[in-house]
Design a protein around this ligand. Structure first.
Ligand SMILES: [Zn+2]
Length: 314
């Protein structure tokens, strides 16, 4: 087991560092990258990797596991939701990054080169950010390339979360991959974004779900012999829509995470700063609330909720 620090030197703004563990197994096998903390206020993935690190037996491992413990150190130590306290950018919109950019772009560049390009499979681990009340789900990206899509489709239920978002909207250009997991996918590697946890909390269930899910994926990739089986009857959500706020003000959620909603049902109301209602956000179709923002600040254009329609007949 090797612990190392990827240094991000100061450039146009302050530098930072990325703690990485590499575990090389006794036998040949794939390289699996596990990335936590692209969003620094999302704690269950970070805590899950602390546990996973101690539970992998290199003698019984086929292949290599690379763990990025905290991708976005400025946001983690600065306790910021979505955006870096240094450059104001969302790290998970900066991939594949730039060597001469601001700190979020330089982090993305280093993770692309030193982790994603060295991996055969990538899991980007997230949860509801500090403002998001979220039920667990994974994103299954569909690219249109049959073989890659088949490999991603096998990965999705292996994580053990029964709600799978079918995601067709990701960029195809490796030079403009935007998202961490999509950086792997645009380079021909199966990858997946995972969501488990909510509202900046560290509940044991959300953490253990990630620990078990990683083990399930390692079993699916034949890196270990034992682990939880894939979900037998996953619920595919298609379509899925993120509803953004039409106004800036104070947000009052009207639903809970995982709540079933009918088309047109109010999801949240937004008032101005004097208490007058200025907008409502409603469900675009019958579905389930994957997440809803559950803290008061809301800015025009930012997400309020995400609703997915369970696909029948699968
Ligand atoms: Zn996130």
């Amino acid at each position: 087991m090797e612990s190392r620090i990827i240094e991000i030197p100061a450039g146009v703004d302050a530098g930072t560092h990325i703690p990485v563990t590499t575990i090389r197994g006794a036998r040949e096998g794939p390289v699996l990258a596990l990335i936590a903390g692209n969003h620094g206020y999302e704690y269950p993935p970070i805590l899950a990797l602390q546990k996973v690190r101690g539970r992998i037996d290199a003698e019984r491992l086929s292949g290599t596991v690379i763990m990025v413990h905290v991708a976005n150190m400025p946001s983690f130590l600065g306790r910021t939701v979505y955006f870096s306290p240094v450059d104001g950018k969302n790290l998970n919109r900066m991939y594949p990054g730039r060597a001469d950019g601001t700190v979020s772009e330089r982090i993305a560049f280093a993770i692309t080169r030193e982790v994603i390009e060295k991996a055969d499979c990538v899991l980007d681990l997230h949860c509801g950010d500090g403002n998001e009340s979220l039920r667990p789900y994974v994103y299954q990206t569909v690219t249109g390339e049959a073989e890659l899509d088949e490999r991603i489709a096998r990965l999705a239920p292996a994580f053990g979360i029964d709600h799978i978002v079918v995601d067709r909207g990701r960029p195809r250009d490796p030079a403009r991959s935007v998202y961490c997991s999509n950086t792997a996918i645009t380079r021909g590697k199966p990858a997946m974004t995972i969501e488990s946890g909510f509202l900046g909390s560290c509940d044991a269930e959300s953490v253990e779900r990630i620990v078990a899910g990683i083990r399930g994926v390692m079993r699916e990739l034949r890196m270990v012999e034992d682990g939880p089986p894939p979900v037998a009857r996953p619920i595919h959500l298609d379509p899925v829509e993120v509803l953004s706020s039409p106004a800036t003000g104070i947000l009052y959620p009207l639903v809970e995470r995982d709540q079933k909603v009918a088309k047109g049902a109010p999801l949240a109301r937004i008032t101005d700063f004097f208490g007058t209602e200025v907008a409502r956000v409603t469900a675009p179709f019958d579905g389930v609330v994957l997440y809803v923002v559950a803290t008061p600040p809301i800015t025009e254009g930012q997400p309020v909720a995400c609703v997915g329609a369970p696909r029948t007949g699968m």
